[in-house]
Structures are given as structure tokens and as C-alpha cells.
Design a protein around this ligand. Structure first.
Ligand SMILES: N[C@@H](CCC(=O)N[C@@H](CS)C(=O)NCC(=O)O)C(=O)O
Length: 219
């Protein structure tokens, strides 16, 4: 097996894939992207000019996009924890929730974070207010969806939970999940207790001071 992951411990989409790797104890070479290793950065930019992390290289072939990377791992490097159900209809529900977390939790969360990186005078208060509304809508919808579920799609931990963990983790930092959404708050706590995600969170602790809006003193 020759797997190389270009990623960073504090990056939410990198964590999504790290969870999948840790769930199955899948061995891989970790190329951490950052100023300490310009060579890794140059390799990554050559592999994927969009310069988005993570990128997985499997026996010389680049695999792009966190969801596709996790599906690739399930197909080519399966382990005991199956993150996509074998049943195609059940898998569709998992993919739907994966899209939900990426599009409606991760995206507005990132909009708020990246607004802090804009130069003074280029900030986007309208966009940030809209992102906050989207997060409230997303929390409200999710709270109902989770009422009878342990994980995002039921009893089994899946791809959708890999997406949920970092998105809800950081979303709560930038836009607190209201106490009215008890199911979402309890689910986030369950995700934090999952050993694969707890490991990813621990590995990212040294980087908290870099969180653009400022990291809260919890989690
Ligand atoms: N759709 C991509 C999103 C990846 C992504 O946005 N990664 C962020 C880090 S969490 C990134 O590379 N950001 C760099 C940038 O925006 O310049 C995926 O699922 O892998």
C-alpha cells in the first residue's frame, strides 16, 4: 500500500479524511502542508492547481475531493469500518447527508472564517450575516433530522459523520449552536467523543492560535 495524504491537521476538510483513515487504522504518509515544508507545498500545488486540501495520492494517482477520497478508501483500501453502506439505496442517504454538511454547514462556516482574513475595507458584513442565517437554518433542519438518530444516518458511523464532525466543530466556534437545538449539540458531543475525531482534534490543538476569528477556550 502506498498512500500519501497532503493535508493539515487544523483544516476541516483534511480532518474529514483523517477521520476515515483513523477509523480503519489505514497506514499512510502524512505530508503536512505549511511553511515548515515548502517541498510538500510544491508537490501539492503540482498535483492540484486549485490548491485545496486534502489530496490523496494512491500509487501515483491523485484523488481529489474529500468525499471522493473517502469513497476511494472504501473501495481500494477497505477496513473493518465501512463508511458507505453496501446497499446502494442506503448509500444514497449517506451521500445526501454528506452533501448537506459540506454545503450547508461547512460552506457558511468557512465564509465567516475567511471574512476574518480579508484586508480591512474588504470585509463582507452582508455575506457574513447571510452565512449566520444559513447556519441557523441548517441547525434547525438538522435538529429535527437527528431527533431519532445516534449518527447522521442512523446507528452506523458513516461518511456523513466524517463530514459532520469538523463542520459542526468549527461552525459552533463561529456561530454557537443554540440551546434550542439540543439534538445537534448532543450529536456534536458524540462526534467529539468518537476516538477517530478526538485524535484529529488533539492533533490540531497546537494550531488553535491560528484560528482567524480566535478559538474559544473549550472543546
Ligand atoms: N471540496 C473540497 C474543499 C476543500 C477545501 O476547501 N479545503 C480548504 C481547507 S479546509 C482549503 O484547501 N482551503 C485553501 C484555500 O481556500 O485557499 C473537498 O471536499 O476536499
Amino acid at each position: 500500500m502506498s498512500l500519501t495524504l497532503y493535508a493539515h491537521p487544523f483544516s476541516s476538510y483534511s480532518q474529514k479524511v483523517l477521520i476515515a483513515l483513523y477509523e480503519n487504522d489505514t497506514p499512510f504518509t502524512y505530508r503536512v502542508l505549511g511553511p515548515e515544508d515548502p517541498e510538500a507545498g510544491a508537490e501539492w500545488a503540482a498535483l492540484w492547481p486549485m490548491k485545496r486540501m486534502p489530496v490523496l495520492v494512491d500509487a501515483g494517482t491523485a484523488v481529489l475531493e474529500s468525499t471522493v477520497i473517502i469513497e476511494h478508501l472504501g473501495l481500494f483500501h477497505p477496513g473493518p469500518v465501512r463508511l458507505l453502506p453496501a446497499d446502494a439505496k442506503a448509500a444514497l442517504a449517506v451521500r445526501m447527508m454528506d452533501r448537506y454538511f459540506d454545503n450547508y454547514v461547512m460552506t457558511p462556516m468557512q465564509a465567516i472564517v475567511f471574512d476574518h482574513l480579508r484586508p480591512a475595507g474588504e470585509r463582507d458584513p452582508y455575506g457574513v450575516a447571510r452565512a449566520r442565517e444559513q447556519l441557523d437554518d441548517a441547525y434547525r433542519w438538522l435538529d429535527r433530522a437527528l431527533a431519532q438518530r445516534h449518527w447522521a444516518c442512523g446507528d452506523d458511523f458513516t461518511l456523513a459523520d466524517c463530514a459532520a464532525a469538523p463542520s459542526l466543530f468549527y461552525a459552533d466556534w463561529v456561530h454557537r449552536i443554540d440551546t434550542a437545538f439540543g439534538h445537534v449539540r448532543a450529536y456534536r458531543a458524540r462526534l467529539l467523543a468518537r476516538p477517530s475525531f478526538a485524535r484529529a482534534v488533539d492533533e490540531a490543538r497546537p494550531f488553535r492560535k491560528l484560528f482567524p476569528p480566535g478559538a474559544p477556550d473549550r472543546d
